[in-house]
Design a protein around this ligand. Sequence first.
Ligand SMILES: Cc1cc2nc3c(=O)[nH]c(=O)nc-3n(C[C@H](O)[C@H](O)[C@H](O)COP(=O)(O)OP(=O)(O)OC[C@H]3O[C@@H](n4cnc5c(N)ncnc54)[C@H](O)[C@@H]3O)c2cc1C
Length: 494
Amino acid sequence: MGKTRVLIIGAGITGLSIARVLSMYENLDVVVVEKEPDVGWGATKANTAIIHPCHEEDPDKHPLRAKLCLEGHDLWYKWTKELDIPVKWPGELIVATNDEEASALKHYLSLGMRNGVAGVRIVDKEELAALEPNVNPNAIAGLWAPTAGQMSPWEAAVALAENSVSNGARILFETEVKRVVVREKKVVGVETNNGFIEADMVINAAGIHADEISRSAGIDEFTIFPRRGEYVIYDEDVDIKVKRIVHTAPTPKTKGVYVTTTLEGNLLIGPTAEDLPIDAKEEKSTTRNGIKYILEAAKKILKTIPPRTKIIRMFAGLRPEPSTGSFIIKFYEEPWGFINVAGIRSPGLTAAPAIAYYVRDMIAERTSLVEKRKWNPIRRGIKRISRMNQDEKARIVKENPRYGRIICLCKEVSEAEIIEAIKRMKAIGVKTITLDGIKFRTHAMFGRCQGSFCRLRIALLISREQDIPLWKVSFKGSGSEYGVGEVKEVFKEV
Ligand SMILES: Cc1cc2nc3c(=O)[nH]c(=O)nc-3n(C[C@H](O)[C@H](O)[C@H](O)COP(=O)(O)OP(=O)(O)OC[C@H]3O[C@@H](n4cnc5c(N)ncnc54)[C@H](O)[C@@H]3O)c2cc1C
């Protein structure tokens, strides 16, 4: 039996989850095509990182979203273990500060009960304070959903990529799909900046650009609008932290403003939900008004918030908001072989594993799939010196002295971890080893100083390992190089 060539556009959490699931089959040849130099650089890296319990999903309005949210939530218990993805399950509280919000809790309770979300219930003022000691004493009630989780989404993307590739999938980086090529009512491949790539099936998981890809295949059923979400992150040493995930009451547009303590121990507040014009699909700047808005919202639900001087970073993500409101997951008979996995807005991170099985089932209805006997579900993350006790540290430094050279002091990241990250990036096909790629794999440059101490040292390691001049090391790929050239070059010209 010949192999069906499946090409996935987009190495975000959706495309990579699909790649992992499809890599389970002998008769599929899976290729992921990504325009960026690395995985997870779209909506996947800039979100609230919550594995939603799904009590905010309305099964009447968005039945597919509700179903995939619930299934995806449960799959993450298994996938985070198999793939060694950092995760915690602190549970979530919607905090009501007035009667109107308190009555809204009943609505989400009823959705939660209809969706079969385990343990969801309304708690009174006292229990709310017991569950979350830092909640504002003015809060009058809460909705408690104990199954909510928090995950590292960029590490999830990296883990999925590593696992998919070790099971035979390929990722082509810095390859931008310009259009889907259709002949005689069938997809035959894609035209990219690196030439034509043949494929029997094309899966469009291009996030915010999925409408443009779909249109190029002749399917013009929806538009994807950018909806910006802005965040702030505080230094680890602030007094105020939260034990649970807490947030303001949801609105028709968003699930509210969240306050969480990240897996790394930083207080995170956000996001806003601001609809941007259709041509602002790369507009990821933060704004004075946005930051003001989220801090005000956080003040409403917390006893107090840390001073602004403790903010170490602000960032924004863009939700791929579909004009239909719903996830668009569809196998087309015309052009045959084209599959849209579009409009994957929130709770897309939660739903991604379930979306992947849903796509697998659509393919299985049309092609008989043969399971790989040697498919390996396991992937292990980089060993982190910061998570070891003294004995473990002593042992590992003896085995590999590079573990003893700490490059990032804020996050205690060693040279060995950076070298391992570079090795792993190359193994999944990354062509340009970027500072951001190292940051998202090792957490170096994530701390209080945001890289002002270690960035140069990491750039020097990349330069050494890749045998390229220091100035050619880039933050995010071409156009964001560390320098503008050798200083001596300037003198040569005069
Ligand atoms: C502010 C915010 C908060 C959120 N909070 C949560 C949350 O807490 N929990 C939750 O479950 N969900 C949350 N979400 C939603 C979640 O982040 C998204 O649903 C999910 O990340 C979508 O993943 P994706 O892979 O579909 O898209 P993306 O991650 O955007 O991936 C698409 C990929 O396609 C690539 N691409 C695009 N065009 C092309 C092309 N022409 N050629 C090649 N490659 C291309 C892009 O570079 C990108 O890597 C949030 C989203 C935002 C923005």
